[in-house]
Ligand binder design. Structure first.
Ligand SMILES: [Zn+2]
Ligand SMILES: [Zn+2]
Length: 359
């Protein structure tokens, strides 16, 4: 099958022929229908996070089941599925405690002793997030996917696989935004827009969108923001405190930078909670104002929207069908696999919500 391969950081991905194994007992072979291009993919291209290469990036996908291992009963060939990187084992302490997103993930990936899922001759290939969706096919554990009973286009379903779930989940599951509260969202790309939608669904009274790009701020208003702050003018946290009664109840950082993470904490009112959603580069340290903790200000991380994706994702589809969740507007452009490097270039320019690769 064809896949876009990363062989070296800061180099373009090349489309190559890559071998894919047959499903093991608990694995599923999926024919990729569509894959979003997410900022986290770019982090690996730029070497901000380590990855063993050669690697196949991509982790926001939907497709059709082609074959299943002998122990798989959840899906059958022909079923349409959304993939999720939050593969869960189902029996560790975190899974049983209701937080499968923090699963220890033992037994859900192949061990180095097993034949690799993907390879070229003797060379094993890394699957980003155990998925690797910049490829015509994906071989995954059965606990990496959720069945979809609707005929929604793959582009929309793919976005639910990461950006939508990460954003909505940060607001609904991680921060548990309360009705009538005030919210600020730093960064209005694919994930930030979904945090805004999540805050809207939760009933937030004020939703302040913060970004340095004008077009993103106008999109943020469409997605439910009530106010915008243009970050290019500086003094972001002061502007948010001035717009509100001394700060917001909930802030979200959806960029992944030290400066904006610190801003997210500085714009809280007493008792407020900052949630870091962006992928902050390895080795980065965050500095916070110590006395703020006496005012019960909190800061926390959110991993993939603290999802329980097999229940969350079908709900998001229902929200969409009811007209309460915007998905179509997130798909800025459709591309082919060999255009993936253009998608990264457009992402760096900052004018797309999402580029989606269709197969
Ligand atoms: Zn992602
Ligand atoms: Zn587990």
């Amino acid at each position: 099958m064809k896949a876009a391969v990363l062989r070296e950081v800061n180099q373009p991905l090349e489309v190559e022929e890559v071998g894919i194994d047959k499903p093991g007992a608990t694995e599923v072979l999926v024919r990729t229908g569509a894959s979003g291009v997410c900022h986290s993919d770019l982090h690996f291209v730029e070497g901000l996070y380590d990855m063993v290469m050669p690697a196949i990036l991509g982790h926001e996908a939907a497709g059709t089941v082609e074959a299943v291992g002998e122990l798989v009963t959840y899906v059958k060939p022909g079923d349409r599925v959304i993939l999720c990187l939050s593969v869960f084992c189902g029996h560790c302490e975190r899974c049983l405690g209701g937080r499968p997103v923090l699963c220890s993930r033992l037994g859900v990936v192949r061990s180095p002793k097993d034949p690799p899922r993907l390879s070229q001759g003797d060379t094993p290939f890394t699957q980003m997030a155990n998925l690797g969706s910049f490829a015509e096919q994906m071989l995954v554990h059965e606990h990496s996917l959720v069945k979809v009973n609707d005929d929604l286009p793959f582009e929309q379903l793919a976005l639910i696989g990461c950006g939508v779930t990460t954003g909505l989940g940060a607001a609904l599951n991680t921060a548990k935004v309360e009705p009538g509260s005030t919210v600020a969202v730093i960064g209005c790309g694919g994930v930030g827009l979904n945090i805004i939608q999540g805050a809207r669904l939760a009933g937030a009274l004020r939703i302040i969108a913060i970004d340095a790009v004008e077009t993103k701020l106008s999109m943020a208003m469409e997605f439910g923001a009530t106010d915008v702050v243009d970050a290019s003018g500086g003094d972001v946290d002061k502007k948010v405190r001035d717009l509100t009664d001394g700060g917001v109840d909930y802030s979200f950082e959806a960029i992944g930078k030290k400066e904006t993470a610190e801003q997210s904490f500085a714009m809280l009112r007493a008792g407020g909670t900052a949630t870091i959603v962006g992928m902050i580069p390895q080795g980065t340290k965050i500095e916070l104002d110590g006395p703020s903790f006496l005012r019960e200000k909190r800061i926390q991380g959110s991993s993939m929207g603290s999802n329980r994706f097999r229940t969350d994702m079908p709900r998001y589809i229902e929200f969409y069908k009811q007209g309460r969740l915007m998905l179509d507007e997130l798909v800025t452009q459709r591309m082919k696999l060999d255009q993936v490097n253009e998608a990264f270039a457009d992402m760096k320019e900052g004018h797309v919500a999402r580029s989606v690769i269709t197969f």
